[in-house]
Design a protein around this ligand. Sequence first.
Ligand SMILES: [Zn+2]
Length: 493
Amino acid sequence: MSDTPPANATSSPSPMSPEKDESRGTKRRVDEVVAGEASQVNVAPTELSDEFPELLRFYYSRLFPFAPFFEWLSYGDVSGTSVAAATGLGAAGVGEAAAGGRGDGMGLQGSYVSRREFSFTLEDDVYIRYQSFASAAELEAEIRKKRPFKIDIGAVYNAPPKDHKTIPAGAFKPLEKELVFDIDMTDYDEVRTCCSGADICTKCWPFMTIAIRVLDTALREDFGFEHLLWVYSGRRGIHCWVCDPRARALSQNGRSAVAEYLNLIRGSEDSGRKVFVTTPMHPSVERAAAVVEEYFEELVLEEQGMFGCAERWDKILPLISDESARAGIRNALIQQDGDNALGVWEGIKDMYAQNSYRSADLTEIMLQFCYPRLDIHVSKGLNHLLKSPFCVHPKTGRVCVPLDPARVADFSPFDVPTVSQLAAELTEAAKAPAPSADEPSPMDVASQSGRAYSLTSLKPYFGYFENVFLKSLLASIREIKQEAAIREGVIDF
Ligand SMILES: [Zn+2]
């Protein structure tokens, strides 16, 4: 994945390591750090190598939103059972996932959040798994002390992960986790011509915009999920955390079913046709196709220049099912006059309209080039770890910020602040004087409320997280609890 600093240690990952991690196979599979045993790999980017640890110290001490972060992962639960389990919501999923955990006589130990696994990747590339925290203060103290280069979030187990060694073998089980999606621009290399690998630019970022729009709508409309946290990974991708109780309680099979449903791009890199649509089209595919159509001409034909040379046509022509249509299109491409991709595309659409060619061809082409490329393995695994929101990407120095899916077209990864920029902004903000001798300065006010971020360019991102996403999540959890209490007659009016 995009979010892990490259490294070159040699040990293999366990099946529970973050999937598709570019440093997979490079992390030490240790859950206890042995002092002095740290690998010699330097994960800091060359451009940040000297100052990055210090900037991280600053970031964790002044800007990381510990309180709302912990509140999010607590999901309103302090009782020792999850809301999903307590209210019967998603009971089938919980039951299935927890069959081994709750059925063997071992009850849940500790609050929901205290049973959550965190893992840290430290500066020296030591990877520490099975961290867990009973309180926000504990989490904050440990993160400030260890200053991880990366924080991953794993599953909620039946007992605090830090105690896993004290639990009889086989009794320590993952029970719940957000349903997560990981979309990485590296998986778009076959459909982009501007960049490759870890690079992104303004010409290819719209592929991510499409991915967010398509998936956000499908998750809400087809599955009824409401609490979707979209996060920029800090470099070249995006993550989605589906936080509804029903999603967190999904079994492995349930997760696979959702991921497969949303996954339209089939086959390997070499397969010609990767998208197959039915006639009539599935409503979800039809809806995605309408989004894709808004972008296809500008993104694929103009920005990426997919009609620009024979090597690129060869990715499109095999998707034309009728042989004579294919020959006609090839001729049009050979004869195209300069930069006239849109004219050629109009000609193709006219040709399809006038003949009895399979019209789904054109939809399939648009979907094949633009539909979200999901790493479904990340979504399927209940115990896969995924990089936490609010980390700082060590390669770019950018913060992994939440983003508002309703305003996704306005989001640009290049506007996301870096830690060095934030340090400068906060230094500047500290100069603002108090309104009067009796009043605190803006910095004092912001710091006292734990929101120094509001004086920096993190404000719109962290503000969205606290004031929109978290607020709505907690309101709905309160509602679920009240309904459950009314059902059980435990509320005294
Ligand atoms: Zn690009």
